[in-house]
Design a protein. Structure first.
Length: 272
């Protein structure tokens, strides 16, 4: 008679789940074992359910596989252990240092647009530069919770003013695709399904223009958006918290739009 363990794939599929993450990362069992200071034999036993990983081993493997924090809890539960990481609401008093840091970063980035979103692209904070871009967007799109993907890609939203909409839309959808491949997020999947169904207007395919090199090919995909009759060109950067131990913090992302040409920089500086 055999006895079920936390690693048995029938009841708690920690083995197949770890194998799935390893294959996504393109690692062999030997490569992962070396990184995790284990052996390929032991890892093989874990993946096939012949051995049960310890709590420490699950966390170590998850770290070396760069598994998102939320999904690390899923792995722990699948292995029969309690979750390691809590999910603290952003408005909780304990999150005050995070909120204050975010507000300082947003203010420091002005007059350039910047915002902070959660794992489903709901806007949790933004500066005055973002408010400038949202001027004229219909009230029904500005009802909370504000969603950055919806505001950007909805036909009545910022999409009306984006002059390279098809390119920018493809970039944003590919970005969501990558995230959905790493984490099972019903909220993000709902946003994805909504925005991919939006109709897309024709035109706006040229990636050249102010700030591009002489051959017309920019060094990074620009966002070209018309504001108050002025064509503004931005490049985007995204920053996240390093080594987070809270799910909420791990899913926060700050996107900053930097002027890609002198005309955009002058417009924003003069306007501030």
């Amino acid at each position: 008679m055999t006895t079920a363990t936390a690693g048995d794939s029938d009841g708690n599929p920690i083995g197949p789940m770890l194998r799935g993450w390893r294959e996504r990362r393109g690692l062999s069992q030997l490569e992962l074992a070396l990184r995790a200071e284990s052996s390929a034999r032991h890892l093989s036993f874990i993946e096939t359910g012949r051995s049960s990983p310890s709590r420490a081993m699950v966390l170590r493997l998850a770290e070396h596989l760069d598994v998102p924090v939320r999904e690390r809890n899923t792995l722990l539960v699948a292995a029969g252990y309690a979750p390691e990481y809590r999910e603290t609401p952003l408005d909780d008093p304990a999150m005050a240092p995070v909120r204050e840091s975010v507000e300082r970063l947003l203010a420091a980035h002005e007059p350039y647009p910047a915002l902070v979103v959660d794992g489903a692209y709901n806007v949790v904070a933004a500066n005055n530069g973002i408010l400038m871009l949202l001027d004229g967007i219909p009230e029904h799109l500005l009802q909370p919770p504000l969603n950055a993907m919806r505001l950007t890609l909805h036909p009545e939203g910022l999409a009306r003013h984006i002059r390279n909409l098809r390119e920018w839309r493809a970039h944003l959808i590919a970005q969501m695709d990558r995230q959905l491949s790493l984490a099972r997020s019903p909220a993000l999947k709902a946003v994805y399904d909504e925005v991919v169904a939006y109709p897309v207007a024709d035109g706006g395919e040229d990636v050249g223009g102010p700030g591009a090199p002489a051959d017309g090919v920019p060094l990074a995909l620009p966002l070209r958006v018309e504001v108050e009759g002025q064509l503004l060109t931005f490049v985007s950067t995204i920053a996240t918290f390093n080594t987070p131990v809270d799910i909420t913090v791990s899913e926060l992302a700050m996107e900053t739009l930097l002027p890609a040409d002198s005309a955009t920089q002058k417009f924003l500086t003069d306007r501030s």
